[in-house]
Write a protein that binds this ligand. Structure first.
Ligand code: ATP
Ligand code: MG
Length: 401
C-alpha cells in the first residue's frame, strides 16, 4: 500500500477535532524518540509493546500492551492509527503483513523480512552488487562439514534475532565452530570470515513513498564487545571518496528494496594492505537496520532534521528535505555498566561541560551492556567535540576512544 499525505495536528478542529495518529511496533528507545518527534509535530501516537513499562509506551498517548502477533492488539492498533512504523527489526514480519493490508505501513513487511534474516539479507546485498564479508550458510551438519578453511577465523552469527553482538560466537578452528553451533542450539546461522577492520561506519538514508530520498553523511562508529560505543560525526571523519562510496551503496540498497522509511546501512572499512581489502575493496557492507539507528542519535542535536523527524516525514508522506548538520558531534552510548554498583553517574559534572546533550530512555533497571541512554557532545569543531566527549567519558568511567 502506498501512503496518503497525513498532515500533522487534528483534523476538523473547529468541529469534532480528531487527532491524526501514528503507530509504532515496539516500545524501546528508538520508538520513544520516534514518538517524541511525532508528538512535537502534533501527531497522537500509539505504541504496541508487551512490556508494561517500555521506554516508548511510557511517553505515548496510547500503549497497547499485547504481544506483536496478538490479533486483538493489532486490530486496536489499526483502528487507532492512520499509518504504522516499526522500531526494531525483530517485529514478526507476519504482524506487518496484517497491518500493511489495512494501513500504510513503512517499512514494508517484505523489507523487514529481509533485514531480520542474515541469510536473506546477504542474498539481497549480493543482488545489489555491494560486497559483503565472505560467508557460508550453516543449516545442517553437512553445511558445517563443507566450510572452507578460508572462512576461519570467523564469526558464527544466528540468522535471526541477534543484536548488540548477541547470538554471535568468534571461532578460530573447525572444532570451535562445531562447538559454537551447538552453543547456538544449531539454529540457522551464517559463518562470516573475520575481516581485518581499519574502521566501521554507517549511512542513514530516508526514502519516501514515491522513491525520493535524502541521507546523512556517514558516521564513524567504534564498537566494543560487539556493541556501539562511540559515534563521531563531522566532516573529515572518513576519506571523502570512501564516504561517497558508502552513501551510493546505501542508496542503492534502499532503492533495490523499494524501501520506505529510514534505513541504516553499516559498513566495515578494511585494513590497508590486507589481502581481504585487495579482494573485496575498501568498503564491505556489514548489515542493514530497517529503522533509525543508534549511530544516528547525534542527528537529534547536531542536525536541523533528525533521523526520527525523517521517520515521521516518510511515514506521513511529508516532504523530505536534505538534512544539514550544523555542529560537529560525538555520541557516547551510556550502558548499564555505569549503574551496576548502584551509584548514579555524575550527571552534574558532565552537564557542566559545554555542548553536552543527555538522553536517558527511562529504563528503571540497569544491566551490563544494556543501552540506558546516550550523550551527544556538539561543538563548532571536531577537535572540541572530541575533547569534551573525552572529558565526559573520563568523568563517567567510559574508556577513552
Ligand atoms: P547490532 O547491534 O548492530 O544489530 P549485531 O548484533 O547485529 O549488532 P553485527 O553488526 O553483526 O552484530 O556485529 C557487531 C560487531 O562485531 C560489528 O560492528 C564489528 O565490530 C564486529 N564484527 C561483526 N562481524 C565481523 C566480521 N565479519 N569481521 C570483523 N568484525 C566483525
Ligand atoms: Mg551491527
Amino acid at each position: 500500500m502506498s501512503g496518503p499525505i497525513l498532515l500533522p495536528g487534528a483534523t476538523g478542529v473547529n468541529g469534532d477535532g480528531q487527532p491524526v495518529t501514528l503507530g509504532v511496533m515496539g516500545g524501546g528507545q528508538l520508538g520513544r524518540m520516534f514518538v517524541q518527534a511525532a508528538q512535537s509535530m502534533g501527531y497522537f501516537t500509539v505504541v504496541l509493546d508487551p512490556d508494561v513499562i517500555s521506554p516508548a509506551g511510557l511517553v505515548s498517548h496510547y500503549h497497547i500492551q499485547t504481544d506483536y502477533l496478538d490479533q486483538q492488539g493489532l486490530a486496536q492498533l489499526m483502528q487507532r492509527c492512520a499509518a504504522i512504523t516499526t522500531e526494531f527489526e525483530n517485529v514478526p514480519a507476519g504482524a506487518l503483513v496484517t497491518l500493511g493490508a489495512a494501513r500504510p505501513t513503512a517499512p514494508s513487511a517484505d523489507a523487514v523480512a529481509i533485514a531480520q534474516d542474515r541469510i536473506k539479507e546477504k542474498a539481497h546485498l549480493a543482488r545489489s552488487g555491494v560486497p559483503v564479508a565472505p560467508y557460508a550458510v550453516i543449516e545442517s551438519a553437512a553445511d558445517l562439514a563443507a566450510v572452507t578453511d578460508a572462512l576461519l577465523p570467523g564469526i558464527l552469527k544466528t540468522a535471526r534475532l541477534g543484536y548488540d553482538g548477541k547470538g554471535q560466537v568468534r571461532v578460530s578452528s573447525r572444532d570451535e565452530l562445531a562447538a559454537a553451533w551447538d552453543t547456538l542450539k544449531q539454529v540457522p546461522c551464517v559463518l562470516e570470515h573475520m575481516l581485518p577492520l581499519a574502521a566501521e561506519c554507517s549511512v542513514i538514508v530516508a526514502r519516501g513513498w514515491t522513491g525520493e530520498r535524502v541521507h546523512f553523511a556517514p558516521q564513524l562508529n567504534l564498537h566494543r564487545q560487539g556493541i556501539l560505543a562511540v559515534t563521531q560525526a563531522y566532516e573529515g571523519n572518513l576519506p571523502a571518496g570512501l564516504a561517497q562510496q558508502a552513501v551510493a551503496a546505501a542508496k542503492k540498497i534502499a532503492d533495490d528494496l523499494n524501501y520506505v522509511g529510514v534505513l541504516c546501512v553499516e559498513f566495515f572499512v578494511l585494513a590497508d594492505g590486507s589481502p581481504e581489502r585487495t579482494a573485496l575493496g575498501a568498503l564491505v557492507v556489514n548489515e542493514m537496520a530497517p529503522r533509525p539507528h543508534n549511530s544516528g542519535h547525534y542527528t537529534l542535536d547536531a542536525c536541523d532534521v533528525s533521523q526520527f523527524d525523517l521517520q515521521v516525514r516518510t511515514l506521513a508522506g511529508l516532504p523530505l528535505v536534505q538534512p544539514r548538520q550544523h555542529s560537529a558531534a560525538v555520541m557516547l552510548n551510556l550502558l548499564g555498566d555505569l549503574w551496576v554498583d548502584g551509584a548514579t553517574p555524575c550527571w552534574d559534572q558532565v552537564l557542566a561541560l559545554p555542548g553536552v546533550h543527555l538522553h536517558l530512555y527511562g529504563k528503571l533497571t540497569a544491566s551490563k551492556g544494556r543501552k540506558m541512554g546516550h550523550l551527544t557532545v556538539t561543538a563548532a569543531t571536531a577537535s572540541e567535540a572530541n575533547a569534551t566527549a573525552l572529558t565526559a567519558a573520563r568523568l563517567l568511567g567510559i574508556a577513552a576512544f
